[in-house]
Design a protein around this ligand. Structure first.
Ligand code: CA
Ligand code: CU
Length: 388
């Protein structure tokens, strides 16, 4: 059965649907599909899984450019030298902690070259985002009343500003419908991560969440930066290693040490997140070791928007040769929800767990509808080096 990667959506505002999120997979064919889902997308794809390549097949060495940093690092950023690398993920099923998803959208593994750039060492934090809002008066999508134009069929009472929040289930459930643990909460937004009763006092160093794609772009533009492309993100996250499952190597817990904030325990049950990695729920940035480029939390904690449109088949177009600074496809197509414009999410989150979603693995891909934020989705920015 195909499974999608990414978080549930804002259309829940209208009581119509909750788009699949970065970690979520479509319901089995027997269950009523969300509006807009195509029947073919829910059909089993046994042949695809049987043909899936072995996990490490197709990776060739990473060749960093060797281009030194062009100057002192902008505040909070690290230099990513660029170079050539193999992008994508093998089929992790059968591997320890590999989960149940073939990750077919991350193949073929293909060769990519990217130029060097500066990148935020961490996900953008609440304190950073607050500075932006203070300086500009910017209002995020989640803080804005959904319009009649956007949701022509919605009952008036459902047109209320809010966002999608992970809401643990009271008891164990079958992992067949994301509606069970994602809820559209009126009043949830970056200042109120789990709803009106919550705030970000004491959470200054936590990643900002509940940002839509356009919110992330607005922030990035204000900092004179931009969002990374998917290829830049993956080159950076791999830290110069080639074909590894994680930013640090092939073991989830090298020497027993936790390297990322993911989910341990029974998903998605209330109290199920055991927090063995140090955190149940979101963590402040910089609590786990950085990768070799100095980037923190590129696996786990919060998903990150990147600038590419999501298509399940976008890597197929890059199978031959070396793609130079690829910027992704011209349009979006998630076969599970073909009507929804989606951009790619990367890195996984504190909710990733092998029983449901193993996208803490570095080459894997998530995606989300562009106007939908959630409390496990953030971003980081990059900045181009001055042309020499
Ligand atoms: Ca955790
Ligand atoms: Cu996940």
């Amino acid at each position: 059965m195909p499974r999608s990667g990414s978080t549930a959506a804002r259309a829940a505002a209208v009581g119509a649907a909750l788009w699949l999120g970065a970690c979520d997979r479509p319901a089995p064919a027997a269950a009523p599909p969300p509006p807009g889902a195509s029947a073919s997308a829910a059909a089993p794809s046994a042949s695809a899984s049987a043909a899936a390549p072995a996990a490490e097949a197709g990776f060739q060495p990473t060749v960093p450019s060797g281009v030194p940093a062009p100057g002192p690092a902008p505040a909070g950023m690290v230099w990513i030298p660029g170079g050539e690398f193999s992008m994508g993920a093998g089929d992790p099923r059968g591997l320890e902690h590999g989960g149940h998803d073939s990750m077919a959208d991350a193949r073929p593994i293909h060769r990519v070259a990217v130029d060097g750039f500066w990148m935020d060492a961490t996900e953008v934090t609440n304190e950073q985002f607050a500075r932006f809002v203070k300086a500009t008066g910017y209002v995020t999508v989640a803080e804005t009343k959904p319009t009649r134009e956007e949701f022509p069929e919605a009952p008036e009472e459902n047109l209320v500003a809010g966002s999608v929040v992970f809401n643990p289930t009271p008891r164990p459930v079958a992992l067949d419908s994301h509606y069970q643990w994602w809820t559209y909460i009126p009043g949830a937004n970056w200042r109120h991560p789990t709803g009106p009763g919550s705030d970000i006092k004491g959470r200054e160093k936590y990643p900002v969440v509940h940002v839509a794609y356009e919110d992330a772009v607005a922030y990035a533009t204000w900092t004179k930066g931009r969002l990374p492309t998917e290829a830049e993100w993956e080159f950076a996250a791999r830290g110069g290693l080639a074909g590894k499952l994680y930013p640090w190597g092939d073991e989830l817990r090298p020497g027993g040490k936790w390297m990322a904030n993911i989910y341990e325990g029974r998903f998605p049950v209330s109290g199920g997140d055991e927090g063995q990695d140090g955190f149940a729920g979101l963590a402040p940035v910089r609590r786990y070791p950085p990768n070799a480029f100095g980037l923190y939390d590129v696996a786990g904690n919060a998903w990150e928007w990147v600038s590419d449109w999501y298509r399940a088949d976008s890597y197929a177009a890059l199978a031959a040769g070396v793609a130079k600074n690829p910027r992704g496809p011209q349009d979006s197509l998630d076969p599970s929800e073909p009507g929804q414009p989606k951009r790619v999410h990367r890195g996984g989150s504190f909710l990733c767990v092998e029983t449901y979603c193993s996208r803490y693995m570095i080459g894997t891909r998530g995606k989300g509808e562009v106007r939908t934020g959630s409390n496990h989705l953030g971003f980081r920015c990059v900045r181009d080096a001055p042309r020499s």
